[in-house]
Design a protein around this ligand. Structure first.
Ligand code: BGC
Length: 765
């Protein structure tokens, strides 16, 4: 049934319309019964249902229904598996239909600017391309069940410290290249039904009243058609919000802001059509849910738990393996660390799930009858060293063939609401790992954390398996990976620097509380480490496997590309080992034209292939002009200079296996206004002015050369020499206003401006 939403809006009173623009309570939208508008409920997300039936809160404090906690975004992003994430989204979508939820809040797609952000576990990556693809997969999956998502937090919310008021100050280029594309890709590819604006300001304006973001970019440029809601309590000036394109205030303002909207319409300061539009946006989404209910949907917690195990196994990243993994279960193995029996698998705050069931690695090992004993060694919830426990762990380690230490970050260290102070694991854990490794070379460390940690003991252990916050199935998944029932196939979605001080945002994080300046600009994550040639512990895209892969036959559908064309990149990958495995083929692009301020390379494609031993498959990825481009602030558009681009494919950002070149030609013309400050170099680099400028230089050089050699002769000595390259370097930086001084009265600046302006207008490229 097609609803006539505009007609419904026209029948609403001004008060009803204003009321529709804020919640009824913490989780529900208002109903207008006389017009058939029902209550609908929204709920956190993103990796499970935090549906609260009684006392409500936005920090995960009060009870919510029993639900299934799937891997958090730091883990799912590491799978680089869009099919897996779409499937997880579908599972969540069905759960929502069964639980009468119209919107599942999430996914959260903010960029990991600093490893210290307390909420990184809920975010996907330091890379916008990977972020956008993972977000799209999640959204498509959930929405396939006619349940909406609310992609959050729009935008530039990359820390918890003063997240509700601090201003994130950044260049338009960094905004467009790093912080928005995750949202942009998902809006265009997956059409989320709603978006949640963030609490913070962007360059001084609250997200909740930022017309540039909420209307110009989101709706006018990207074509977003759903509604925008606030983060809980993010409204500043409600009327300004309506003007900017903010539709729904959550949770509820107790009628105060509704009354402000009514008053503003009555006194003429708010155009009522803007209010009508907001109500229309909200009603469209409400009815798209109401008119597509699925009575067949069930929330089968046991079945979904089993899926949670499979998803978690697809996410884990094998960081190091000197041959110890997979473990031989006939060996005498000891598990150390309380996370072995109480895994940390989710973060604190609004995404906190009341789990239906949790499996631990220890429990799984016992169920499978593995030869494992357990020593607690250190606690899971605090940094407290118990000498006796430590000594018991060391003794057990000495007596065993192999040790697996289950380490991680306690809840108190990593949560929504505050940032971490450093990148350290608790001292008690670092000490235990170091002491155990001294007596037992066959030590494996399993990590349960939502963001990178420093691993000072890396060289002393034989294996490291990063489980991230892998959801309630993490223990069983870990068991399968440790013993080789599943081959690890995750790749890092973020760099692990050696030290937090190496991170590009270090000197500007988290700001002074009022402002945080994004001084590193576009050089976030690997874009920075590569440009600085800074060694890192594990690079972006890194992840090992129990098998090996060979790359061959890299080819492009065409070696030339223009603005509107696309080029496909294909490469054959073979599983050259003994066991089944999955390879994440990564595609990076590098600008080889000497363009200033460009990263060494950027991720622009990836495919996850499943390969039986000996099997070969072809990864096919598509490039568009946008993938070669940077955001040009003067052009206010994407721009890639004509020239050569290198196409790189491989296993990780630091393990490129093959490369080739692509020639690109653009018809885009950069804005160019000639003034006295325009340099000779700028005029030489533009094909329209190069000839005229070149002729002038030759003339000038001839006269300079003549007078220099004349002078030399007179002085009987030699000058610095007439090196054309040096001369060019000096000349190219000279503004044309200065040329007048050297032109012996022949060159007048106004004449030069006129001449070159005319060249720009008449010479064709
Ligand atoms: C969080 C949101 C969450 C909301 C509702 C806020 O504190 O930032 O991500 O969806 O609460 O719980």
């Amino acid at each position: 049934m097609e609803r006539d939403i505009k007609k419904i809006v026209s029948e609403m009173t001004l008060e009803e319309k204003a009321g529709m623009c804020s919640g009824e309570d913490f989780w529900k939208l208002k109903a207008v019964e006389r017009l058939g508008i029902p209550h609908v409920m929204v709920s956190d997300g993103p990796h499970g249902l935090r549906k609260q039936e009684e006392a409500a809160d936005h920090l995960g404090i009060n009870e919510s229904i029993k639900a299934v906690c799937f891997p958090t975004a730091c883990a799912t992003a590491s799978s680089w598996d869009v099919e897996m994430l779409e499937d997880m989204g579908k599972t969540l979508g069905e759960e929502c239909q069964a639980e009468n939820l119209s919107i599942l809040l999430g996914p959260a797609v903010n960029i990991k600017r600093s490893p210290l952000c307390g909420r990184n576990f809920e975010y996907f990556s330091e890379d916008p391309y990977l972020t956008g693809k993972m977000a799209s997969a999640h959204i498509k999956g959930v929405q396939s069940w006619d349940v909406g998502t609310s992609m959050k937090h729009f935008a530039v919310n990359n820390q918890e410290y003063n997240r509700m008021s601090s201003s994130s100050n950044l260049s338009e280029r960094a905004l467009r290249e790093i912080y928005l594309p995750g949202f942009e890709t998902a809006v265009k590819e997956a059409k989320p039904k709603t978006l949640m604006c963030s609490y913070n300001k962007i360059n001084g304006t609250y997200a909740a009243e930022n017309r540039y973001l909420l209307t110009e970019i989101l709706r006018e440029e990207w074509g977003f058609e759903g509604y925008v809601m606030t983060d809980w309590g993010a409204v500043n000036d409600r009327v300004e919000g309506i003007r900017a394109g903010l539709d729904l205030e959550m949770p509820a303002s107790g009628g105060v802001n509704d009354a402000r909207i009514v008053k503003a319409v009555r006194d003429g300061s708010l155009d009522e059509t803007l209010l009508d539009k907001a109500v229309e946006n909200i009603l469209k989404v409400i009815f798209s849910y109401i008119d597509h209910r699925h009575p067949e949907a069930v929330f089968d917690r046991d079945a979904d738990h089993r899926k949670a195990v499979e998803y978690a196994a697809d996410c884990a990243v094998l960081l190091k393996n000197s041959g110890i993994l997979p473990l031989e279960s006939t060996k005498k193995i000891v598990y150390i660390g309380e996370y072995a029996e109480k895994p940390r698998f989710q973060g604190g705050g609004s995404s906190h799930i009341n789990c239906s069931k949790v499996t631990s690695a220890l429990e799984s090992a016992e169920e499978k009858g593995r030869n494992v004993t357990y020593v607690k060694g250190f606690p899971a919830d605090k940094d407290e060293l118990d000498e006796e426990e430590l000594q018991a762990a060391v003794k057990a380690a000495r007596d065993a063939d192999i040790v697996v230490i289950f380490a991680g970050l306690p809840d108190v260290i990593e949560s929504e609401g505050y940032d971490r102070a450093n990148m350290d694991l608790p001292i008690c854990q670092n000490r235990t790992i170091a002491e155990v490794a001294k007596v037992q070379p066959n030590t494996v460390v399993v990590l349960h954390n939502g963001a990178p940690v420093e691993t000072p003991w890396e060289n002393d252990v034989a294996g490291i398996l990063e489980m991230y916050l892998g959801g309630q199935g993490v223990g069983e998944a870990c068991d399968r990976l440790l013993y080789g029932e599943v081959n690890p196939s995750g790749r890092l979605a973020e760099t692990f620097p050696y030290r937090v001080q190496d991170n590009p945002s270090y000197l500007n994080f988290p700001g002074d509380g009022k402002n945080v300046n994004y001084g590193e600009d576009i050089f976030v994550g690997y874009r920075y480490y590569e440009a600085k040639k800074l060694p890192v512990r594990w690079a972006f895209g890194h992840g090992l496997s129990y098998t090996s892969f060979a790359y061959g036959n890299l080819r492009l559908s065409s070696s030339n590309m223009t603005d509107k064309a696309t080029v496909t990149v294909s490469v054959d990958v073979t599983n050259t080992g003994e066991v089944f495995g999955k390879e994440v083929v990564q595609l990076y692009v590098a600008d080889k034209n000497g363009t200033p301020q460009r990263p060494v390379k950027e991720l622009k494609g990836f495919v996850k292939l499943s390969l039986a031993p000996g099997e070969t498959k072809t990864a096919v990825m598509t490039l568009r002009a946008r993938d070669l481009s940077f955001y040009h602030e003067e052009l206010h558009d994407w721009y890639a200079p004509s020239g050569t681009y290198e196409i790189l494919v491989g296993h990780a950002s630091d393990d490129i296996r093959m490369n080739c070149e692509l020639r690109f030609d653009t018809a885009k013309i950069l804005p160019f206004e000639v003034t006295g400050a325009t340099t000779i170099g700028e005029l030489m680099n533009d094909p329209r002015t190069a000839q005229a400028m070149g002729e002038m230089i030759t003339k000038m050089m001839q006269s300079l050369g003549a007078s220099a050699s004349g002078q030399e002769e007179a002085e009987g000595g030699s000058s610095m020499g007439f090196d054309p390259e040096k001369m060019q370097a000096m000349l190219y930086g000279m503004p044309i206003k200065s040329l007048a001084s050297f032109g012996g009265g022949e060159l007048d600046v106004d004449m030069l401006i006129r001449t070159f302006t005319q060249c720009l207008q008449t010479v064709s490229m």
